[in-house]
Design a protein around this ligand. Structure first.
Ligand code: TRP
Length: 455
């Protein structure tokens, strides 16, 4: 048998997993959730969610992947042969496929906005022009499908180069660029006039806004933001080598992901406050990123337009890098499944995944134009993919994964994997095991019920 490829370095391991976690969710959801739900009070709750839910679930995925040395569905088969657990893995493969189907469309839009910025097309626009400009893009079938395909082509280019020569190598270049860009942007916005009001808004804790709903939505956000629940991290952990420390890696990924989300808040709010823009509740997701922000950035730097130009360019490149490294991880789940379980050659597997998923991408892209009125259960393709994957499949996958690791896996495996080669303290193993067995499943059931409006 061919030896399984491994990530070559500790830093590479962390950057690859962080690349999966840091994505659009950090930039277009977290800051606004924070702004609307009590600022620092929300941040405090969110960090608790990361520690008590995100971290143990991430450890569960790492334990399965590294112990089995196989991507998600095959890992379940190796660890529990002859059982139905493999279906948890297969559900994950399907989930990744569906998420990639709509995520690629948004990645495509960020490419279009990089292009619009470079060709200086925001220069003569006024506030009222930004919404029609975005609507023109998304409703134009050729343009949006083309950019979706470009995003896929770039992902394919990296995936086909393999685990070390593709995924690890590019993450080691892209993630530092992302950190550099986001730091630069934070420095620029926090120096704008009135920026301190934006910082205050974000950091001023308002605990009166915290209720059960806010806690559950923070739990859901932590879960999505860390890429949990679909075996993405099982797949990546199957490439960890036996000396990499799971707990250290997980802690680093949680910290990086949270920092990037916070920094996105320090970009968005100071810029908004500097021009006195008042946030409306519907400015979340695409409309925030593609309609509000280009205008806000333009106005904030109106005194020095060249700064506005650079700022906007860096911002959309940052978004694209965040989206791209997440696309790579989504793509790898399906690719590794084809390689490990279907024994397809990696190059072919990558091509099949790209081509078949690009069809979902095209359907999602067209659901803002020609397929706008084509709905299933009242949702367009884009919304349907987003809803089923994020609200049903991810929590379901996460719930089953924690139940598996907490109750069904050989508990010596859990012990050995958590303790690692440096034989960490028994106490921390006990705490992690408790969180995986009891806290995580209950919290995920809570997220579920909340998302369906039951509680
Ligand atoms: N974490 C990504 C973000 O914040 C989104 C995501 C969810 C994801 N599940 C994933 C990315 C699985 C890669 C793999 O945008």
């Amino acid at each position: 048998m061919k030896k399984r490829e491994n990530f070559g370095s500790k830093i590479g391991t962390i950057l690859v997993a962080a690349g999966s976690a840091v994505g659009l969710g950090n930039i277009w959801r977290f800051p606004i959730e924070t702004g609307q739900n009590g600022g620092a009070a929300y941040i405090f709750i969110y960090i608790l969610c990361i520690i008590f839910l995100g971290y143990p679930v991430m450890m569960s995925e790492f334990i399965i992947g590294r112990h089995a040395h196989a991507s998600t569905s095959t890992a379940f088969q190796k660890l529990s042969p002859g059982t139905q657990w493999k279906w948890v893995g297969r559900l994950g493969v399907l989930t990744g496929f569906v998420i990639l189907g709509y995520y690629s469309v948004v990645s495509g839009w960020t490419l279009e906005y990089i292009y619009l910025t470079i060709s200086n097309q925001f220069a003569d626009k006024h506030t009222a022009d930004f919404a029609p400009m975005f609507n023109d893009l998304v409703s134009n079938p050729w343009l949006s499908v083309m950019w979706t395909f470009v995003a896929f082509a770039i992902t394919y280019y990296i995936i086909v180069r393999g685990v070390t020569g593709g995924i690890e190598k590019f993450s080691k270049i892209l993630m530092p660029v992302l950190f550099l860009l986001i730091t630069l942007l934070v420095v620029l916005t926090t120096n704008l006039p009135n920026a301190d009001k934006g910082v205050d808004f974000l950091l001023n804790p308002d605990f009166s806004k915290i209720n059960g709903k806010v806690v559950l939505s923070a739990l859901g956000q932590a879960f999505y933001s860390l890429s949990l629940g679909m075996g993405a991290l099982i797949t990546y952990a199957s490439y960890f080598n036996s000396t990499s420390r799971l707990r250290k890696t997980a802690i680093n990924v949680c910290i990086i992901d949270t920092l990037v989300a916070l920094m996105a808040g320090f970009i968005i709010f100071p810029a908004m406050f500097s021009i006195g823009h008042v946030l409306s509740p519907d400015e979340i997701g695409p409309s925030l990123i593609f309609i509000t922000l280009p205008d806000v950035f333009k106005q904030s730097f109106s005194a020095v337009p060249i700064l506005g130009y650079i700022f906007s360019l860096f911002f959309y490149i940052l978004l694209f890098i965040a989206a791209l490294t997440s696309m790579i991880s989504l793509h790898e789940v399906a690719t590794a499944y084809c390689v490990d379980e279907r024994h397809i050659d990696r190059k072919k597997a990558a091509l099949y995944v790209t081509l078949s998923c690009a069809i979902l991408g095209a359907l999602s892209a067209l659901s803002f134009g020609p397929l706008k009125d084509f709905t299933i259960f009242g949702r367009t393709f884009f919304d349907l993919f987003d809803f089923t994957a994020s609200n049903i499949f991810l929590p379901l996958g996460g719930l089953l994964t924690t139940i598996y690791v907490g109750w069904f896996i050989n508990q010596n495996v859990l012990h050995d994997q958590v303790r690692g080669i440096d034989r960490s303290k028994q106490m921390s193993v006990k705490i992690i095991r408790f969180l995986i067995r009891y806290f995580a499943p209950i919290a995920i059931i809570g997220i579920f019920l909340y998302q369906f409006g039951i509680i």
